[in-house]
Design a protein around this ligand. Structure first.
Ligand SMILES: Nc1ccn([C@H]2C[C@H](O)[C@@H](COP(=O)(O)OP(=O)(O)OP(=O)(O)O)O2)c(=O)n1
Length: 135
């Protein structure tokens, strides 16, 4: 059951098998999956709700609470993987490409130590590549 270094491809296959075995392909439409994922994001948010800012690594959290967090994070991931699959998007490939675009949009020499959006520093030097494709 426990597996190190699982890939998006494996999760995609497992979700496809899970749905097929249950004859749930009929319910796994893009819109249904998107709404299911957003619902799980809500459940994930509830874990942090009213706690204020929490330190990295979540020191002091009960094991049970951390396990619950892992479950909600997984629900979001699994629906995202399934949604991508159903939409015919190669999520791993798309994410790597997006990271390349991010690196061009936010060059280290301009952004190091700053959390400004690209639009806030772009005017300063003018030498950033414009990767904004209007989305
Ligand atoms: N039609 C469905 C229903 C569930 N799942 C899978 C994906 C999620 O990982 C998990 C979601 O299950 P639940 O809807 O039961 O949600 P929770 O596990 O969050 O339970 P609850 O909402 O009761 O807290 O099951 C799925 O693929 N397709």
């Amino acid at each position: 059951m426990e597996q190190e270094g699982v890939t998006l491809e494996e999760l995609k296959k497992k979700m496809a098998d899970f749905a097929k075995e249950r004859d749930w392909d009929q319910f796994h439409s893009p819109r249904n999956l998107l709404l299911a994922m957003v619902g799980e994001v809500g459940e994930l948010s509830e874990i942090f709700q009213w706690k204020g800012e929490v330190p990295r690594g979540l020191p002091g959290w009960e094991d049970e609470e951390k396990q619950h967090l892992g479950e909600e994070l997984s629900d979001v991931l699994l629906y995202l993987v399934r949604l991508s699959d159903i939409c015919g998007v190669d999520l791993g490939k798309a994410a790597l490409r997006k990271m390349e675009l991010n690196a061009i949009k936010y060059p280290v020499k301009l952004c190091k130590g700053s959390s400004k959006k690209q639009t806030q520093f772009n005017g300063d030097s003018g030498d950033t590549a414009d990767t904004d494709q209007g989305h």
